[in-house]
Design a protein around this ligand. Structure first.
Ligand SMILES: [Zn+2]
Length: 253
């Protein structure tokens, strides 16, 4: 299984428009973070988790020519705003499968009503096949995907386990029952926003506590704000099996 980090930044991305914060001005490539998303590939299958406002550029940058589907964690703008840009995939492949909680589907229908239109649909609009997911395992080409439910402030959010790999973003609280689903992971990806606490995201300390509880072989941090600091400096302070993810990082599991 190959994972490509398409984006590792929080909702505004790094740099933030107009910001003169030193991290936003950093020339280290690893301090430039598009909105959070990953590409997951195994055999000849390829799925993307979330499609935020940077989706088009992320697909171009990763030279991604085809997707088998999109799996959504939740409906916040930084995770869904690129939905219209599935058009090139739709024109070439036909209906694009999406996987999301029914609440997320409802929200997508509200924001992208023309995509779900069934009568007199605009010919340039893409069409999707909706797969509603509940908090129970589902299969993608024979691979079991286990949803991990958590809370992002008051909003329910799904993370996903694929074999020995799990991807969790925008978590603030995860119940022990859900953490049980994360045993024996080779790689865990989890969000770590900044140093100070935040009402809807793990800060670094909470992310490290969560990683210690899950105890994966390795962990990568994502959904990072400029307030976490410079990549080069933060990484030095992390436990030896914990790393900061950065855009375009690829890992093979
Ligand atoms: Zn987010």
């Amino acid at each position: 299984m190959k994972i490509t980090f398409l984006g590792t930044g929080t909702s505004q991305g790094i740099p933030i428009i107009g910001s003169e914060h030193p991290v936003c001005l950093s020339e280290d490539k690893r301090d430039k973070r598009l909105r959070v998303s990953v590409l997951i590939e195994w055999d000849d299958h390829i799925y993307v988790v979330d499609c935020g406002p940077d989706f088009r550029y992320q697909m171009l940058r990763a030279k991604c020519k085809r997707i088998d589907g999109i799996i959504f964690t939740h409906e916040h703008s930084d995770h869904v705003l690129g939905f219209d840009d599935i058009r090139p995939f739709y024109f070439r492949q036909g209906d694009i499968p999406i996987y999301a909680h029914k609440r997320v589907v409802k929200e997508l229908k509200k924001r992208f009503d023309y995509i779900f239109e069934t009568e007199n649909k605009y010919p340039g609009a893409p069409t999707v096949t909706v797969n509603k997911i509940k908090n129970k395992p589902f299969k993608l080409h024979g691979l079991e995907v286990v949803p991990i439910s958590g809370k992002h402030d008051n909003l329910q959010v799904f993370g996903f386990r694929f074999h020995d790999f799990a991807y969790l973003t925008d978590m603030k609280t995860v119940k022990d029952k859900e953490i049980q689903k994360l045993k024996n992971l080779k790689v865990l990806v989890v969000n770590a926003l900044r140093l100070e606490p935040h009402r809807s995201h793990f800060n670094l300390e909470e992310a490290l506590l969560f990683i210690a509880k899950v105890n994966p072989e390795k962990a990568y941090l994502t959904h990072i704000s400029h307030l976490l600091g410079f990549h080069k400096e933060v990484e030095k302070k992390l436990p030896e099996n914990v790393f900061l993810a950065y855009d375009e990082l690829q890992i093979t599991i």
